[in-house]
Design a protein around this ligand. Structure first.
Ligand code: 13P
Ligand code: SF4
Length: 354
């Protein structure tokens, strides 16, 4: 839907007034009406790096979700303020692993006598508490664009990986990229005693996957892949690694949002693509590449937007920018120093991956 011209003008004016004091980051899943005001767009890895590379900006306005803003706060200087235009923009996957549950899991691993061999690898899509846990136990953060390198690093440090909170990214990376089998992976269910696993199962496993998933990507199915192949002969199926293992196995290409964009940029004219990721991004790409005669469709029409990403809309962005321009610091995301110290260690390990 076209943005309200009055709001567009207000956002533009507030941003101009702020000048270099503000830096606006936009995740690829954001609405077009928000993306038009982003100084930089990217996947979660690129945005974490870009946030850290702007020490002169007093305000970092993060158009994305809560865990991304927390990570930006951890990676920026203490004087910089990270702002999330709507505090209700969380992530249901990140909420699937709480600090208490993860501490309990570590106790279970300790009881089973395997904790010493385990290196935690936590997906960026997790709270700062989980990142701090990861740092304390010698682990690293990863994103969908460096999960393979993170696992390679982790298996140099120990024999087993506790991967959290996205079981699908963990399983897909282990099986597709690391030569492991499905039998090498076990699923730890935080809602069951001992995670629903025996000590023997934990001893035999290479990958201990946390039972979390993305409610958007989890809805793509093998049927949607089969349907689109039937409907559009010669179609290339390209999906995000947060999709289920069987969907990823049925697809032609798999990668992060940034990878998806690069793949379409490199695609020849006349090619056809079905994309399994968030709808704002797929629509934007379909519009952008229509002019180059690349046909881009959404993998499954019954799947909808990420509702929390969508909470950041133009009215919230205008309110945020106008407040900052008037000197009112609103919606600041600030991680406490103790959590930050350990979470930063884990994030820096990721940034240092080869
Ligand atoms: P990437 O942008 O890193 O591919 O992550 C996708 C996602 O779901 C972020 O929430
Ligand atoms: Fe979280 Fe999924 Fe939304 Fe990404 S798309 S923010 S993983 S719920």
């Amino acid at each position: 839907s076209p943005s309200d011209p009055d709001l567009v003008e207000r956002a533009r004016a507030a941003k101009e007034k702020l000048g270099d004091k503000v830096f606006v980051l936009g995740h690829h899943y954001q609405r077009d009406e928000v993306i038009q005001f982003a100084d930089v767009t990217g996947d979660s890895f690129k945005l974490a790096r870009d946030a850290a590379a702007r020490p002169e900006a007093e305000y970092i306005v993060f158009c994305g979700v809560h865990f991304m803003a927390e990570s930006a706060d951890i990676l920026t200087t203490d004087d910089q303020k990270v702002v999330l235009p709507d505090l209700a923009a969380g992530c249901s996957m990140a909420d699937m692993a709480t600090a208490e549950q993860v501490a309990e899991c570590w106790d279970v691993l300790t009881e089973a006598g395997v904790a010493e061999q385990v290196v935690p690898v936590s997906y960026m899509n997790s709270s700062a508490d989980i990142k701090a846990f990861t740092g304390r136990h010698g682990g690293t953060i990863c994103t969908s664009s460096n999960a393979k390198r993170a696992l390679e690093w982790a298996f140099e440090q120990g024999e087993k990986v506790l991967f959290l909170p996205d079981q699908h990214l963990g399983r897909n990376t282990a099986v597709r990229d690391m030569g492991m089998t499905l039998e090498d992976c076990v699923l730890y269910n935080p809602h069951k005693p001992n995670g629903g696993l025996t000590a023997e199962e934990l001893r035999n496993a290479k990958m201990i996957l946390w039972r979390g998933h993305c409610s958007v990507h989890g809805r793509f199915s093998v049927e949607s892949v089969n349907d689109v192949r039937e409907r559009i002969p010669g179609v290339n199926v390209l999906v995000h690694p947060e999709c289920k293992h069987e969907v990823v196995a049925a697809a032609d290409y798999v990668g992060s949002t940034e990878y998806i964009i690069k793949a379409l940029e490199a695609a020849p004219a006349g090619s056809k693509w079905a994309i399994g990721t968030e709808l704002n991004l797929v629509r934007r790409l379909a519009n952008r590449f229509a002019a180059e005669d690349k046909e881009i469709v959404f993998l499954d029409k019954t799947v909808c937007f990420c509702s929390t990403m969508n909470r950041i809309d133009l009215p919230h962005l205008v309110w945020t920018l106008e407040s900052l321009a008037e000197g009112n610091l609103v919606n600041r995301i600030e991680v406490d120093p103790e959590t930050e110290k350990h979470a930063k260690l884990a994030l820096e390990r990721m940034l240092a991956l080869p």
